[in-house]
Design a protein around this ligand. Structure first.
Ligand code: GRF
Length: 197
């Protein structure tokens, strides 16, 4: 199965996915990495790992739909079967979703539906979780729909919160788990062990 990863930040999940595929734990070939931020660290990782990559900035397009069409054109050139979001901050529009029905997947660093939605990404999620005095948090892998963090949930992993946790300590622990969990769930999805349609 060919997959394209979309990411905007550090890219540690992207690298974990590439490594899982190299080790044969994920039956996938990562054929490309697309970002909406040209300076994102994930670009450096892609170059180091030898994965074709490109940055398509929304600012260069007058509408969100135009930017989505540009993403779609680029992605189509790589001919993937799945689109995998790993810390992508852009909103995926209807044209892209229609081109890959039930084949766009995302990982979110909370137990959705809690602590998701527009603006809920990165450290903001962990800050909100701690502010709400939750006793556990986790990772949610879900299919994408047109709204941030709202598509059907595929799998969740729970992570207990320690009394001394800070947003940073929680993020570090959660991301270490996510880097193992996300490739495992992807493997189940791509091999049909988890059915989505
Ligand atoms: C991950 O925690 C992911 O769930 C969220 O953004 C983070 C990305 O981290 N959507 P990284 O860029 O993969 O290191």
């Amino acid at each position: 199965m060919k997959i394209v990863v979309l990411a905007s930040g550090e890219g540690s999940n992207f690298e974990a996915i590439v490594e899982a595929a190299k080790r044969g734990q994920l039956d996938a070939e990562v054929v490309g990495l697309l970002t909406n931020r040209s300076g994102a660290k994930v670009m450096e990782r892609a170059r180091r790992l030898g994965i074709p990559c490109a940055a398509i900035a929304p600012a260069e397009y007058s509408t969100a739909a135009g930017w989505n069409q540009a993403l779609l054109r680029y992605i189509s050139g790589w001919q993937p079967e799945w689109i995998v979001l790993a810390g992508f901050t852009g909103l995926i529009g209807p044209a892209l979703l229609a081109a890959f029905p039930s084949r766009v997947v995302n990982s979110h660093p909370s137990l959705l539906p809690k602590f998701g939605g527009k603006g809920m990404y990165g450290m903001r999620v962990h800050e909100a979780v701690l502010r709400a005095k939750e006793t556990e948090t986790g990772v949610t892998v879900h299919l994408l729909n047109e709204h941030f963090d709202e598509g059907p949930i595929i799998a969740q992993e729970r992570i207990p919160i320690d009394s001394g946790d800070t947003p940073q300590s929680l993020a570090d622990r959660l991301k270490a788990e996510e880097r193992k969990f996300y490739p495992r769930v992807l493997q189940d999805l791509l091999t049909g062990r988890i059915k989505t349609r």
